[in-house]
Design a protein around this ligand. Structure first.
Ligand SMILES: Cc1cc2nc3c(=O)[nH]c(=O)nc-3n(C[C@H](O)[C@H](O)[C@H](O)COP(=O)(O)O)c2cc1C
Ligand SMILES: C=C(O[C@@H]1CC(C(=O)O)=C[C@@H](OP(=O)(O)O)[C@H]1O)C(=O)O
Length: 385
């Protein structure tokens, strides 16, 4: 069982989202300001649809935090859906009027498979939970992990690499360089790529189409030794891939130089080992993306994630109404054109949940000072190894 566990509940147009993260050590600084910062980052991004103009996500605490610090008890959070006022009758848990019944499944969304699986004839009962609205709570809970990791000297940040077929030039960016993407509407580090990306989004919007893309998440300051090769489910890249692919619309994950490694000989892939008295062991390059043998190497962790284009198309693909069994083509619904920039923030959150758990598995500890002390002792040992 994981030591850092979280769960979310709530529908996209219901009253809100709730979440609990269990296993957080005591004394970790957590404030609503800190969580709201990440919630605001997830809401930004060129290409978002009308919903983001309605929502202004703000966290409320229900447990586990007092006077700005965690207590060691489960942290319970709530984020309300502002859009709920427009859906109250439709989403009423007691008697209500399901006035916006959905019977037209979108190819590529969860509508049809979810309807069949859960025996729903109103596909709203599927899309409400399949919606990526849920990722709001993953990010709110992820901000607690961010604070815990920050106190241990670990920073996790991501940026966009491509939108549709527009690729920014690839570089091994430092944390400071990645932070510069914060003000970019498409969360890209390279300013020269920004215009081509926003233009591509404008063109897709005009055509009633959508775009996917690729983003990268990096973790800096990780200790050597998180994860393990001794059992299949303890390999850290496996845990990261599962967490990242659990985000709606994510279809592939690469670690380090990933897929490209298959094309070249080993001499062009592996990272030479280096030793000096001051730092101990390190690597001369980081094509492995900070993981060897399912264990962190102490080099930056590098994962890249491919997101498919969103499935709510204003000029949609063919589909059939589940009641009339008639084909339909036209379906006008509000939707994002692309959600790669906000997905970066969700990717960061999922990486942070995995890393927070891995830290607790390796070092244990009930309070932040206890974990800090254990990591410091470990780092001394690693330097002298
Ligand atoms: C931040 C974010 C925003 C999204 N916005 C939309 C959207 O507006 N319209 C849409 O059709 N899909 C959107 N999606 C993707 C769907 O939620 C996803 O495709 C759907 O749940 C089916 O899951 P699958 O793509 O993993 O098969 C979004 C995903 C993310 C991560
Ligand atoms: C609400 C969010 O994303 C939503 C994810 C989503 C989907 O189908 O996944 C569809 C859209 O919602 P709506 O159908 O209400 O327009 C997005 O806006 C959010 O990210 O907070």
């Amino acid at each position: 069982m994981a030591l850092w566990r979280f769960m979310t509940a709530g529908e996209s147009h219901g009253p809100g989202l709730v979440g609990i993260v269990d296993g957080v050590p005591s004394q970790v600084p957590v404030t609503s300001e800190l969580i709201n910062q990440d919630l605001a980052r997830r809401q930004k991004g060129y290409g978002r649809g009308g919903r983001m103009a309605i929502e202004k996500d703000q966290v409320e605490f229900f447990g586990g935090v007092r006077h700005g610090k965690t207590l060691g008890s489960p942290v319970a959070l709530l984020v309300k859906n502002r859009d709920f006022v427009n859906w109250q009758e439709s989403m009423a848990p007691d008697e209500g009027k399901p006035d916006r019944i959905v019977t037209r499944p979108r190819p590529g969304h969860a509508d049809l498979v979810g309807g069949i699986k859960y025996q729903h004839r109103d596909l709203r009962n599927v899309l409400e939970r399949a919606s990526a609205r849920e990722t709001t709570m993953r990010v709110a809970l992820g901000a607690v992990a961010r604070s815990f990791l920050h106190e241990l000297g670990i920073e996790v940040r991501g940026h966009v690499i491509s939108i549709g077929d527009v690729h920014a030039p690839y570089k091994d960016y430092t944390l400071e360089e990645i932070l510069a993407s914060e003000n970019s509407p498409v969360r890209v580090v390279d300013p020269a790529s920004e215009k081509a990306m926003t233009d591509a989004i404008d063109r897709a919007k005009e055509a009633g189409d959508t775009l996917g893309g690729i983003f990268e998440v990096k973790a800096f300051g990780l200790p050597v030794g998180l994860g393990s090769y001794v059992q299949w489910n303890r390999r850290i890249e496996g845990q990261l891939a599962q967490a990242l692919l659990s985000i709606p619309a994510m279809k592939a994950v690469e670690v380090g130089t990933g897929m490209a490694q298959a094309d070249v000989p080993g001499s062009a892939v592996h990272d030479a080992i280096w030793w000096d008295k001051e730092k101990g062991f390190s690597r001369l390059s980081n094509r492995a993306g900070g993981i060897e043998g399912g264990i962190t190497t102490g080099m930056p962790l590098v994962v890249r994630i491919a997101m498919k284009p969103l499935s709510t198309l204003l000029s949609p693909l063919g589909s059939f109404d589940i009641e009339s069994k008639e084909p339909f083509l036209a379906q006008v619904e509000r939707s994002d054109v692309t959600a790669v920039p906000p997905a970066v923030v969700v990717g960061e959150a999922m990486v942070m949940h995995v890393l927070a758990n891995a830290i607790l598995e390796k070092f244990g500890g009930d309070s932040l000072p206890e974990v800090q002390e254990r990591i410091q002792a470990w780092e001394r040992y690693v330097r002298e190894y």
